[in-house]
Design a protein around this ligand. Structure first.
Ligand SMILES: [Zn+2]
Ligand SMILES: [Zn+2]
Ligand SMILES: [Zn+2]
Length: 169
């Protein structure tokens, strides 16, 4: 019934695309920051929400809700899709993840301490999304929109191209 491709993913410390770094540290750091951010706001990072965050962070490639749901079911638990969507909504609200609109997928936020609209460089070869946190970009968009009498409610900036690793690879 399911027609999706089965693909392995490597949760930590492993990168088969040549973008070598200790990704286990990225995940550990992201979870620690999430704890801090939620604690400071009085938001509840439940075990399940933390697990969903960990799965979003399984690489620097945006992951779709369905892939996350599949990972959760591999944990041996049956989880309703709605549960995953709610956890993702929570993580979005807390600024712990961003949605990559062009892929209908989610990626961990590099700097969740302050709420911001991220800008992303999305590699068309490997699919990695690199977040730019540059307030000047958001400000320029806001100012330009404002000059047109346009009220901005959300910004989505996704720049498509080829990342340094894919240029050398
Ligand atoms: Zn990493
Ligand atoms: Zn961010
Ligand atoms: Zn790439």
């Amino acid at each position: 019934m399911d027609q999706h491709q089965h693909h392995h993913h490597h949760p930590a410390g492993h990168d088969h695309d040549g973008h070598r770094h200790d990704h286990g540290l990225c995940v550990k750091d992201a979870l620690a920051r999430a704890e801090e951010v939620c604690a400071s706001r009085g938001a509840r990072l439940t075990a399940q929400r933390a697990r969903v965050l960990e799965l979003v962070w399984s690489s620097h490639k945006p992951r779709g809700a369905y892939a996350i749901l599949e990972d959760l079911s591999q944990d041996g638990k049956r989880v309703a899709p709605l549960t995953v969507y709610r956890a993702l909504d929570f993580l979005l609200e807390q600024g712990l993840i961003h949605r990559i609109e062009s892929q209908n997928a989610f990626v961990g936020c590099a700097d969740p301490g302050t709420l911001h609209s991220g800008q992303f460089l999305v590699c068309q070869k490997c699919g990695e999304a690199t977040e730019l946190v540059d307030p000047r970009i958001a400000q320029a968009i806001n100012e330009t929109a404002h000059a047109q009498g346009f009220q901005v409610t959300r910004q989505t900036v996704e720049v498509t191209g080829i990342c340094p690793a894919c240029q050398t690879g």
